[in-house]
Design a protein around this ligand. Structure first.
Ligand code: FAD
Length: 441
């Protein structure tokens, strides 16, 4: 016998967007809601892990609050959460030596502002960098700009829209915005949202993979697997928060969700939104050995960079002092890295760390273990976070548009508030979709 769930509204996905959307519908209307989630946990790309004996959380997905993200800060406020501000103290490793150097980003931002008018027609960031910015920037700044697009936007510079990068970097958010962390990790915020979804008005159904969505005005029928067995769900309206990587799957792929009728209106827009690549490794040590190296020079380091290593960026848990480092690689290099087995990826992270501190630091001797999650091949994600391809202006708006007052769309890639690709953007999109849906009878 197959399971059957019915409600006024079905929400597909219990990530930040789906949970925020469900909580808002429950708060502002009498409609019943069921959230269908393929994983056995809520939070999606917010994935906080705790290890015995380690007092700080390991974030395998989202970790930072970028800039004054209103939706995240308001959620922290409501949940009596605590914010940990993080300074950016950077050290750069070159030829076995670590040094601090002037931040090149202000120069890049200034030059971008001056040259923005050259972008009458959108081009790839690489084209803009080579043809326009490189005439006015030092070669070090050119290389740094490229590495930021790869590392921060998780994007391929030869694909991402130059306009999107310029808007992001010259606005209030972007790569040099202030950063903070939610104390206790993002999972606490996801749990706070999920705790508001209580019977009889709402429920979250875990281990429920949606495979088909058959819809017409005012009627949505969903099919798939609940704990490996068939289920059906019916509702008058649905909110789709599936990541772009999943929405872009060809129909024959195992992770595909088949819409009947197909989402033809969204196809071109989906082709213009990339699902970026990131490999992030949490590395646990016996002690924070780097704090004592070279007479304590790096004791207050938050970010460590080694441009040519497999993992070009590391960060510490500061302001909390903990024996934990995060290794980060984004963009095309990350796509290549994620082809390796997890053990090899962890090994390459330690090798990269040795290239930052030098062999004498004996990073391996202090190493206890690493944790990594492959977001690029995770069937419920298939990419880290979205970016716009060159010429893709308007694609997020099209993806966000409701269909026939029946299907509504949320998720970081549909965010129109300038915070796409982040938790803040996902929360914002969920609230937007809830309001759109509530306005329709
Ligand atoms: C490694 C990494 C680091 C990041 N770092 C940061 C950061 O520091 N700060 C920041 O703000 N953002 C960061 N992000 C981005 C942030 O995590 C995302 O933008 C945000 O969490 C996306 O939320 P969402 O609800 O749109 O999508 P998701 O969280 O992906 O939620 C979608 C949900 O749909 C579910 N789903 C998928 N397919 C199906 C199916 N067929 N049936 C049912 N359910 C399904 C998924 O399991 C998932 O739970 C990071 C992301 C990654 C991967």
């Amino acid at each position: 016998m197959s399971h059957r769930f019915t409600a006024d509204v079905v929400i597909i996905g219990a990530g930040a967007a789906g949970l925020a959307c469900a909580a808002e519908i429950v708060r502002r209307s009498a409609r019943s809601v069921v959230v269908l989630e393929a994983r056995d946990r809520v939070g999606g790309r917010c994935d906080t892990r705790f290890q015995p004996g380690l007092l700080v959380p390991m974030e395998l997905g989202a970790e930072f609050i970028h800039g004054p993200s209103r939706p995240v800060l308001s959620l922290l406020d409501k949940s009596d959460g605590v914010v940990l501000d993080t300074k950016k103290t950077r050290w750069f490793g070159e030829q076995g030596r670590l040094s601090q150097r002037p931040d090149l980003l202000p120069e890049i931002r200034r030059t971008m502002r001056k040259c923005a008018s050259a972008l009458k027609r959108d081009v790839t960031f690489e084209e803009f960098l080579v043809r326009t910015l490189s005439r006015k920037l030092s070669s070090a700044a050119v290389a740094y700009a490229r590495s930021l697009v790869e590392g921060y936007d998780a994007a391929d510079p030869t694909r991402i829209s130059a306009r999107e990068v310029v808007e992001e970097w010259t606005g209030s958010g972007g790569a040099d915005s202030a950063i903070a962390r939610p104390f206790g990790g993002y999972q606490a915020l996801m749990k706070f949202l999920a705790d508001q979804l209580v019977e009889p008005q709402a429920r979250v159904q875990l281990a429920t993979q949606v495979k088909t969505v058959t819809w017409r005005r005012g009627d949505v029928q969903i099919g798939g697997l609940f704990q490996g067995r068939p289920f059906r769900a019916g509702a008058r309206q649905a909110v789709i928060t599936l990541p772009v990587g999943v929405l872009r799957q060809p129909l024959r792929a195992a992770a595909a969700v088949r819409f009947m009728p197909a989402l033809a209106q969204k196809r071109t827009a989906l082709g213009k939104i990339n699902a970026g690549a990131v490999v992030k490794v949490a590395l646990r040590f016996r002690r924070a050995f780097w704090e004592k190296l070279d007479h304590g020079r790096y004791r207050d380091a938050t970010f460590l960079h080694s441009a040519h290593a497999s993992f070009p960026t590391f960060w510490t848990a500061l302001p909390l002092r903990a024996p934990l480092l995060v290794a980060w690689c984004g963009g095309p290099r990350a796509a290549r890295l994620s082809a390796h087995a997890p053990e090899k990826i962890v090994d390459l992270a330690i090798e990269s760390l040795e290239s930052v501190f030098g062999e004498h630091a004996a990073a391996r001797k202090h190493f206890l273990g690493g944790a990594v999650h492959d977001w690029l091949h995770d069937p419920y994600c298939l990419g880290a976070y979205s970016s716009l391809a060159a010429g893709g202006q308007g694609a997020r708006e099209i993806l966000a548009q409701p269909l026939r007052d029946t299907l509504f769309f949320a998720g970081e890639a549909t965010d129109l508030s300038g915070e796409a690709a982040t938790v803040g953007g996902a929360l914002h999109s969920g609230l937007r979709a809830a309001r759109e849906l509530i306005r329709k009878r």
